[in-house]
Design a protein. Sequence first.
Length: 327
Amino acid sequence: MIKIIPVASGKGGVGKSSISSNLGICLSKLGKTTVLVDLDLGGSNLHTFLGERNPERGLGSFIAQWDNNRSLENLIRETRVPRLFLIPGDSLIPGTANLPFYIKKKILNDLSQLVADYVILDLGSGTSFNVLDFFLASQTGLVVIAPETTSILNAYSLIKGALFRQLYLSFPGKSQERQVLKDFFSHKLEGSGTNLKSIVKDMEGINPASALKLHHIMSRFYPRVILNQGRTDYDLKLGMKLREIVTRNLQIDMEYFAYLPYDDRIRLSILKRNPLSLSVPQAPFVEVLMQMAQKIIKMPKEPLQRYYEDEDIQELQQIQSLLGQSL
């Protein structure tokens, strides 16, 4: 079974694409066939991090010329790294920033059918529905943070938004369960003394089976956070601080997956279009990524999640507005 690894961040500029590309190379070096997918639909540039040429066709063209009978497999390109492949983005094509839910489901289904061991999704930053829905392709997606207060807060917003989105899509449209979720998340959790356990109690009054389902979903939702560009012991502790906030307010577990040290050669490697894992494989940054790849290989693989369809766009806008106010 293929394993999908979404890589997201609450804000831009934290090194997400650099980690995605170098992690893909590390998995390939360990003998695993890996496909990197550029799903930053508003600003795709993953090919640059790999040192590959600008693609003539990518996901943007695939979406713009939509045909439900076509497959993403036709977009796969070889890279100079053995066993590493790329599905490039294509941000020059308009209309890809906000995808209909059925297109996202089709993309994820195509990716799950690829002949590969791992598929790494390099997502955009922030909490748009595109980011959240692709992040939820796995229960154990990677969230990249930098040692900055804004990055920590935005990462928390991403995790909270993804959890709400997963809970919401797990129940049918127009259901009473969805309304309970919308009402609950429209209020601020942080500092209120309320946490996500409360919604399980609320749901028990509607349907004990739905409450049990909520509890099961929350117990399986397990994001993994990577702190990038770390320099000091204080930076190291910021990842632990985020875990404390997530556990206290959302009542879910979160793994502090890795601490990646700052290395100025990463910036140079991007300028030279030569990934650090190829040019300086003994660098501490690369050594930690190799350890991450080994941990990922040991993880059990999971089936693609199945969700109920979205509601109309007006309701989605109302939900996102409510969620944004409550962060």
